[in-house]
Design a protein around this ligand. Structure first.
Ligand code: HEC
Ligand code: HEC
Ligand code: HEC
Ligand code: HEC
Length: 386
């Protein structure tokens, strides 16, 4: 019933303009790696042990925040970073808006890049999750599904997820016959299973999926009919109409697992709504997961009223004065501020001079919480020129 309603609403709401902005998505999260090196971040920050040691190794932290949450982290570290810049006699790199976006995308993606799987745990999981009741490894095990030794190619966990997803309905057909329960995968399970399957496979073609292009994923989200039941970004009206908002602030592996784990329920819904089970090929699964992953980039709306107060309390108005009489420009003359990434880019670029000025005035660095960043953004956006 609910699903019928979805479909009708979907058609209805195609006609209604959507609410909320599109998120800025990086095209390839790995571009950020290039910027990271070009701008010499790598000189102070290691990634997975490789790189400088003046700042923290950034692959140790998890950065799953929205753009403005990440912005807040970087902003608050400005004084410590600047001290190092001065010590090492380095120039503070200036960033363009695209470079900033790429860097934020890269930080967000870091954790995903180096997840090693445990082969031993993968082997155990095949048993405990019941895969082995249907599948065999070199002849040992069930005969319902293909033998993992003979599977032609996979190595990357996402490639395995794609294969599993595509075979989802057939697997579920067997599960209905009472073979075993639907295998739920949590935490690192997916990666561990992939590591094991990779080892037992006799295939010599190693297939790697590229990290996924979230912009392509956005298109696929429509094409593969996910948008019949889900909303990605914004579009509040469509959420109100009953579409399910995907809001997973999680790592790539967990996103992939969530999609798999809900496969059984989704298949039912799809059958009721006469939607064909969407299949993925090439890099598509990586793309769509990258898109879902980057949905966590979206910020909720701040309040321009509170933002105005933040602007005063944090001393921004001591330099940014109406009419431009202060040390900094009148921000009302700013070109229309239409993306949070541009705000953090402008703020990053001026953080060096700003700190120098604050030091001469013997003032503290104004830290900004994520909430304050959002409010500030709402305020500056409203204030900036149309
Ligand atoms: C001259 C050395 C230096 C350079 C170059 C540098 N940083 Fe930093 N960075 C630091 C230091 C020092 C800290 C702060 C450590 C602290 O607060 O304890 C820091 C902190 C950070 C943090 C917060 C880490 C945390 O605690 O979670 C991020 C994110 C970051 N830097 C990103 C960058 C990016 C992106 C670049 C390149 C555009 C860059 N840094 C360039 C020295 C540097
Ligand atoms: C109830 C039986 C059943 C269970 C349990 C099961 N599978 Fe499958 N699996 C199948 C069937 C049947 C196919 C082949 C479907 C087809 O031909 O379309 C398949 C296909 C696959 C494929 C695609 C193989 C290829 O050709 O690319 C992978 C990968 C896979 N399964 C992994 C797993 C993993 C990992 C588990 C445990 C977490 C699991 N399966 C549990 C029945 C099962
Ligand atoms: C016919 C409706 C329908 C379609 C089409 C559909 N889904 Fe879903 N999806 C659902 C429902 C319903 C749930 C919640 C299932 C549950 O409760 O287990 C869900 C859950 C999810 C989840 C888990 C969300 C969470 O918060 O844990 C993800 C991720 C997801 N879907 C991704 C997709 C993607 C990607 C597509 C397109 C390939 C898609 N879905 C297509 C109905 C659908
Ligand atoms: C100590 C003085 C000072 C303080 C305090 C200060 N700024 Fe600035 N700001 C400047 C100066 C000087 C410039 C222009 C020069 C530059 O870009 O380095 C500037 C430029 C900017 C710009 C870019 C304007 C443009 O047209 O490119 C933005 C946005 C900005 N500041 C926001 C803020 C916010 C938000 C705060 C409060 C958290 C703040 N500033 C606090 C001195 C300051």
């Amino acid at each position: 019933m609910r699903i019928r309603a979805f479909t009708i609403f979907f058609l209805l709401f195609l006609a209604v303009s959507s609410y909320g902005q599109e998120i800025d998505l990086p095209t390839d999260p790995l571009n950020g790696r290039i910027v990271f090196e070009e701008k010499k971040c790598i000189g102070c920050h290691a990634i997975g042990g490789y790189g400088g040691t003046a700042g923290p190794d950034l692959s140790r932290e998890q950065y799953f925040g929205s753009v403005l949450e990440l912005a807040s982290i970087i902003w608050n570290h400005t004084p410590q970073m600047n001290r190092k810049f001065r010590q090492l006699r380095m120039d503070r790199p200036k960033l363009t808006e695209n470079e900033m976006l790429d860097l934020l995308g890269f930080l967000y993606y870091l954790r995903y890049l180096g997840e090693p799987g445990s082969v031993a745990n993968g082997k155990r999981l095949l048993d405990s999750k019941g895969c082995i009741t249907c599948h065999s490894v070199a002849g040992q095990g069930g005969k319902v599904g293909p033998d993992f030794k003979t599977i032609q190619r996979y190595s990357a966990p996402l490639y395995m997820v794609q294969a599993m997803w595509n075979h989802g309905p057939a697997m579920q057909e067997q599960i209905k016959k009472g073979k075993t329960k639907y295998p739920i995968l949590t935490g690192q399970d997916m990666v561990d299973v992939a590591a094991y399957l990779r080892q037992v496979s006799s295939a010599d073609v190693e297939v790697r999926m590229s990290v996924g292009n979230p912009k392509k994923g956005r298109v696929l989200f429509e094409q593969k009919s996910c948008s019949n039941c889900h909303v990605g970004e914004g579009k509040r009206k469509r959420i109100e109409s009953g579409l399910i908002k995907i809001d997973l602030k999680k790592g790539v592996t967990e996103v992939a697992s969530a999609m798999w784990n809900h496969g059984q329920a989704m298949l039912q819904y799809m059958q009721q709504a006469s939607i064909h089970w969407p299949r993925f090929q090439g890099n598509e699964m990586a793309d769509i997961i990258a898109y879902i992953y980057f949905l966590g980039f979206e910020d909720h709306e701040g309040s321009d009223r509170r933002g105005g107060r933040v602007f005063g309390e944090k001393g921004c108005n001591s330099c940014h004065v109406k009419g431009g009489e202060g040390k900094g420009p009148d921000l009302a003359s700013l070109k229309k501020l239409d993306s949070p990434v541009r705000m953090i880019q402008l703020m990053w670029n001026h953080a060096g001079d700003m700190e120098d000025l604050l030091i001469t005035q013997n003032k503290r660095w104004p830290e900004l919480s994520p909430e304050e960043m959002r409010d500030l953004y709402a305020y500056l956006r409203k204030m900036s020129k149309e």
